[in-house]
Ligand binder design. Structure first.
Ligand code: G1P
Length: 268
């Protein structure tokens, strides 16, 4: 079996990056010689994900062009590009699970990746999404989630894994995930990181969990529901040379820009 589909949420308003985001969506900001969403699409290419749904809103239709301008191969006979990029409109902001639910008809019963459009996984020897897809299929998992070590108090800004094994390896089983716990209550220092692979059961899990106090469906809770209902949930660590580049705020964007622009592989 192969996993080909990915949902790329890119509907966020980018309020923390104003005034830049008055001019353009944050996914169109440059990182080296390509824009953020191009890096994300290329990450999908490397992992064999060739059927993509970008979830945006109508203020961000400039992103249509990025789908077209990111080069890919074409069928020699028909000339049709080997990558298909579709778009869905998320008219209201309802969080990450809400964005993902806009792709339910697109994925049908297929397993799929959820790839945050404002975060790039940079560097390292291996494709993180590729490793996640392999682990997901090998273990018959319902959810496989990227994990990054976050030492210190910053762990409270993330979804945090509660691994089943006391000494989790590169691929580990998960008992539950806790969204933004107090530092003292964090079950580990492994944080949920912007890349997910799901079976279509995640949609049912979202419905079973309903909305939280803020009226949002929480993806973290839906993944915990899967684990508590006997389904396999896995964490897959970034490799030690891999960095998560978050384009969500000015400081992290500045750091990401410097890192990619200073990278000397000629490709950036
Ligand atoms: C979201 C998720 C969180 C995850 C984080 C980084 O939080 O809810 O579980 O750890 O992204 O990928 P946000 O940063 O949108 O508040």
């Amino acid at each position: 079996m192969r996993i080909r589909k990915a949902i790329l949420p890119a509907g966020g308003l980018g309020t923390r990056l104003r005034p830049l985001t008055h001019l353009m969506p944050k996914e169109m900001l440059p990182l080296g010689n390509r824009v953020v969403l191009q890096h994300v699409i290329e990450e999908c290419d490397t992992a064999g994900l060739d059927t993509l749904l970008v979830v945006l809103n109508r203020r961000k239709t400039a992103l249509f062009a990025v789908g077209e301008e990111t080069p890919c191969g074409a069928d020699p006979l028909t000339g049709v590009p080997s990558r298909s990029v579709y778009f869905a409109n998320q008219a209201e902001q309802g969080g990450l699970a809400h964005a993902m639910l806009h792709g339910e008809a697109f994925v049908g019963d297929d397993p799929f990746a959820l790839v945050l459009g404002d975060t790039v996984i940079h560097g390292g020897e291996s494709s993180l999404l590729g490793r996640m897809i392999a682990a997901h299929l090998e273990h018959g998992a319902a959810a496989t989630v990227a994990a990054q070590m976050i030492p210190g108090p910053d762990i409270s800004r993330y979804g945090v894994f509660d691994p089943i094994e006391p000494d989790p390896g590169d691929v580990f089983r998960v008992r539950r995930i806790v969204e933004k716990p107090k530092r003292a209550e964090a079950p580990s220092n492994l944080a949920v990181t912007a890349r997910y692979v799901f079976s279509s059961e995640i949609f049912r899990a979202c419905r079973e969990c309903g909305t939280n106090a803020h009226g949002e469906i929480e993806l973290t809770q839906a993944m915990t529901w899967l684990a508590e209902n006997g389904r396999m949930v896995l964490g897959v660590r970034l490799d030690p040379a891999q960095h998560r580049l978050d384009i969500g705020n000015p400081q992290s964007y500045a750091e990401a820009f410097q890192l990619v622009a200073g990278h000397s592989d000629g490709k950036q």
